[in-house]
Design a protein around this ligand. Structure first.
Ligand code: ADP
Length: 437
């Protein structure tokens, strides 16, 4: 028999014994009376303890677990142990939560926890400042009610968040934010915001500086080039050295002019105020013009051909696309030895995207260089690039033009085998017929 039952039987056992004794000494009536009173006292004892338990259960946080006697002492002491343990666990959880809040408050980035319906579950003080939120007041509110910029709403609706969103038009005027969403748990999302106002300002200064320097250099270079050409044409220029010097001066000023022109083109492409011209680009006409230019540049040294697999035209800037496609063709001619093959191709992918590609059988590119080719002034072979009149800015220009058309720029190449450079336009850029170009 367990300890509980042993102790539970002590009182009835002694009550029974004493009742028997009273019966033997004083008769049945006093014994029955004694037994009745004994039972009533026991019931009263249990009721009192039950009432104490009931009172404690009404407010277990504030009240102490009651003291009890006999069997109730055990029950109350167990309860006491459990509540003490729970209190300790609660305190530990609260301390951990406080620590987490302090840590996320110290983060140099804003953090907002969103539920599956983009409602705010929690945010740190920096996120409050970035999005104009109030952690307590806005808890449970949909974030898009509070941060309503269309591009932000669109970004939230997207399923892939690989790229951060640059948010300029925030509630705080000139604040520029880089916003990134990270999916976690059961459809939950973490919204991370970073203040990049300062970086943006430096970037604008850099862009303005390059644009201004290029612009300022343009006029003196044109003048110098003009004089060099005039001098070269002078009939009494007999000295070989002077002729050679003038020829070198001419080559170098032309190179500098190309550089300045490419830098100005890049500045124009980077300038957000310079919106993309959305015109219907007649690809048939453009491709034919590009083929002609390629043939002229190649001077019959390569086999150049055009594969026009699609009649689709696209919306975009004819000038910019001419420049981007032209750069790829010029590179193919420059980096393909005589006798090589160059194919221009315009086609439609099964998913509806439209693709322009230039494939050559030229020198190719080693894999470690490919990710860096669109960086300004990055060249695999500096001297070859210079010899063939390169500025190191061609592919940077192509990439910018592709971005402005929401297109993807892909490079596939194998050293010694050749390369394929492609620009893949999203299907939404297609237009059915050409009215103007
Ligand atoms: P560059 O004026 O030097 O050609 P680009 O930006 O046009 O500058 O190209 C960057 C580098 O990429 C080039 O220096 C060259 O090394 C490499 N490259 C570009 N196109 C080709 C190609 N078709 N074949 C091999 N290498 C190429």
């Amino acid at each position: 028999m367990s300890d509980f039952w042993q102790r539970a039987f002590v009182y009835p056992f002694f009550l029974f014994l004493i009742t028997m004794f009273v019966w033997a000494v004083a008769g049945a009536l006093p014994a029955a009376l004694f037994f009745g009173i004994g039972i009533m006292l026991r019931v009263f004892f249990h009721l009192r303890n039950l009432e104490a338990l009931d009172r404690w259960l009404a407010d277990p946080e504030k009240l102490q677990v009651p003291d009890g006697k006999g069997l109730w002492e055990d029950v109350f002491s167990q309860l006491n142990k459990i509540t003490r343990l729970q209190r300790k666990e609660r305190e530990q959880h609260a301390a951990a939560l406080l620590q987490m809040k302090q840590a996320t408050s110290a983060l140099p980035e804003g953090v907002v926890i969103l539920d599956e319906a983009d409602r705010i579950e929690w945010c740190n003080p920096l996120a409050e400042r970035h999005f104009g939120l109030d952690g307590e007041r806005d808890n449970g509110q949909q974030i898009t009610y509070l941060a309503r910029q269309p591009e932000f709403v669109q970004y939230l609706a997207m399923k892939s968040f690989t790229e951060p969103l640059i948010l300029r038009d925030t509630r705080h005027g000139d604040l520029v934010l880089s916003v990134k969403l990270i999916a976690y748990g059961d459809n939950k999302r973490l919204l991370i915001s970073r203040d990049i106002t300062h970086l943006e300002r430096i970037e604008t200064m850099r862009r303005d500086f390059v644009a201004n320097v290029s612009h300022e250099l343009r006029t003196p270079l044109t003048v110098v080039n003009g004089f060099v050409e005039t001098l070269q044409d002078m009939p009494n220029l007999e000295n070989d050295m002077s002729r050679r010097a003038l020829q070198l001066m001419g080559e170098q000023t032309t190179r500098m002019e190309s550089l300045v022109n490419d830098l100005l083109t890049l500045s124009r492409l980077e300038n957000e105020q310079n919106a993309l011209q959305e015109e219907k680009v007649d690809l048939a006409v453009l491709l034919r013009a590009l083929l002609e230019e390629g043939l002229t540049l190649s001077k019959g040294q390569h086999q150049l051909r055009l594969e026009e697999e699609s009649k689709a035209c696209i919306r975009g800037s004819t000038n910019e696309l001419h420049s981007a496609f032209g750069n790829l063709i010029t590179n193919a001619v420059r980096y393909t030895p005589p006798g090589g093959e160059i194919v221009l191709r315009w086609e439609e992918a099964p998913d509806g995207n439209l693709r322009f590609s230039v494939r050559d059988s030229g020198i190719g590119i080693a894999p470690q260089h490919i990710p860096r080719l669109t960086e300004r002034f990055y060249r695999v072979d500096r001297s070859r690039s210079r010899e063939t009149g390169g500025t190191g800015l061609g592919l940077a220009i192509v990439k910018h033009i592709a971005i402005r058309h929401q297109a993807q720029f892909d490079i596939v190449s194998e050293e010694g085998q050749g390369s394929t450079f492609s620009i893949v336009f999203p299907g939404k850029r297609r237009c059915s017929e050409v009215t103007s170009a």
